[in-house]
Design a binder for this molecule. Structure first.
Ligand SMILES: Cc1ncc(COP(=O)(O)O)c(C=O)c1O
Length: 415
């Protein structure tokens, strides 16, 4: 049995931060701020649609539906994105439904990236982009968002993190096949401005590069900011695949319904990957999501719309969390969107015990130390993932986290 069993393309991509931290959190934490999904219920109209689909007369909803997307769902997504992108869409060729945005991303990389292709990834990024590029045989080329802290001593905002235009341009070459854009961005919460997107678009057009635009947090944008879709910019429709997620859109991450919207010239290749891997997605979940979108289409822009209500609610929670972290001396970077919040924890370096001979980065060690350390009377500390916490929890979770943080501060100051 000396033959290697592992395919070479899996080398170096076997570690996953979520696997590690979910286990740690389950072992030690009472309050988990690092889970990456809502702990509050989804909207009633959506769960009711699911129940109706499950118990209704249409028994065909228990069977396979169209492989590339349940017809009612692709139809309403085409109607919705027509509004958002300002162009007519064919539900059968311009939309494809996937098992969450994760599978949509996998289809994009497998369908569009070849051995030797370079793919530009903007840092910081959602962790799966890099291994997915590598699995497709591509080479990731990183370009960082660089911080430009305000001079007046105010807290930084995710808008203060920007691309250096010359540095970005230097990453494009004849080997570049695609760029991955994630706006609103996980983990920073940055919402790219029209100017920033224009710069990316210009470079894509100039170098004939594709854009994989992960927009799963498209409705979670705060402070009246506008989410701009890069596919709507000049010259970009034909070279962009836009990825979305019902999990983030309707707070039902466990349903795993996602989609891709784009031109047929790109989507036809994504369909090839899809039909040779997953093929069908769960019919009932697609039916319920379709009904959710039909409702949102009727209420578009109105105060009753979930897409209007959810960001309002989350913005308030973001503000609490900012206050709470600021209160204990962490320096939160105020996110303009998403579930997430990144905080500067460099001033706690002396609190975190050194681990001899460990090459683990400080933020990993800090998060682990936080999860495992006991705060008097509170039990194990809340879970933070390296570098970020989630602001989308239930009020009770945020309050419990705040209490623990305040106790931690008291203990620190009295010791
Ligand atoms: C930026 C980003 N893209 C894609 C996904 C995956 O979404 P889904 O749960 O729909 O697969 C996530 C999930 O956390 C995400 O943060």
């Amino acid at each position: 049995m000396s033959r290697p069993v592992q395919a070479r393309r899996l080398e170096g991509i076997d570690k996953n931060i979520w696997v590690e931290f979910v286990k740690l959190a389950a072992t030690y934490s009472k309050v988990n701020l690092g889970q990456g999904f809502p702990d509050f219920p989804p909207p009633d109209f959506l769960t009711e649609a699911f129940t109706r689909a499950l118990g209704g007369q249409n028994h065909m909803l228990h069977q396979y539906t169209r492989a590339f997307g349940h017809p009612p769902l692709v139809t309403v997504l085409a109607q919705f994105f027509k509004k958002l992108l300002g162009r007519d869409l064919d539900p059968m060729t311009n939309v494809m439904v996937t098992v969450g945005a994760y599978q949509a991303l996998f289809c994009c990389f497998q369908a569009l990236v070849d051995e030797g292709d370079e793919v530009i990834i903007i840092e910081p990024f959602f962790d799966c982009y890099e291994p997915m590029v590598r699995m497709a045989g591509g080479t990731p080329v990183f370009v960082p968002l660089r911080p430009n802290p305000p001079k007046d001593g105010k807290l930084m905002s995710s808008a203060d993190w920007q691309l250096d235009p010359a540095e970005l341009a230097s990453k494009f070459s004849e080997r570049t096949k695609a760029i991955v854009l994630n706006s609103p961005n996980n983990p920073l919460g940055k919402v790219f401005s029209r100017g920033e997107l224009g710069l990316i678009a210009e470079l894509c057009v100039k170098h004939d590069v594709l854009c994989i635009s992960d927009e799963v947090y498209e409705w979670l944008v705060y402070d009246g900011k506008q989410h701009i879709r890069i596919a709507s910019l000049q010259g970009m429709w034909d070279r962009t695949v836009t990825v979305g997620s019902a999990g983030k859109t309707f707070s039902v991450t466990g349903w795993k319904v996602g989609w891709v919207v784009g031109p047929d010239r790109l989507l036809q290749h994504l369909r090839t990957v899809h039909q040779n891997s997953v093929y069908h997605c769960a019919t009932i979940a697609q039916e319920a999501v379709a009904q959710g979108f039909q409702r949102e289409l009727r209420l578009y822009g109105k105060p009753e719309s979930y897409f209007v209500q959810l960001p309002k609610e989350l913005q308030q929670k973001r503000d609490w969390l900012v206050q709470s972290l600021d209160g204990v001396g962490m320096k939160p970077i105020i996110p303009e969107g998403t579930y997430f919040l990144v905080a500067d924890i460099s001033q706690f370096k002396s609190d975190v015990p050194d681990v001899p001979n460990s090459d683990e980065p400080y933020d990993y060690r800090f998060a682990k130390w936080m999860i495992k350390s006991k705060v008097n009377g509170s039990g194990p500390f809340c879970c933070l993932c390296p570098g970020w916490v989630c602001a989308h929890c239930e009020e009770a979770t945020l309050k419990a986290a705040n209490e623990i943080l305040q106790k931690w501060k008291q203990e620190k100051t009295s010791s």
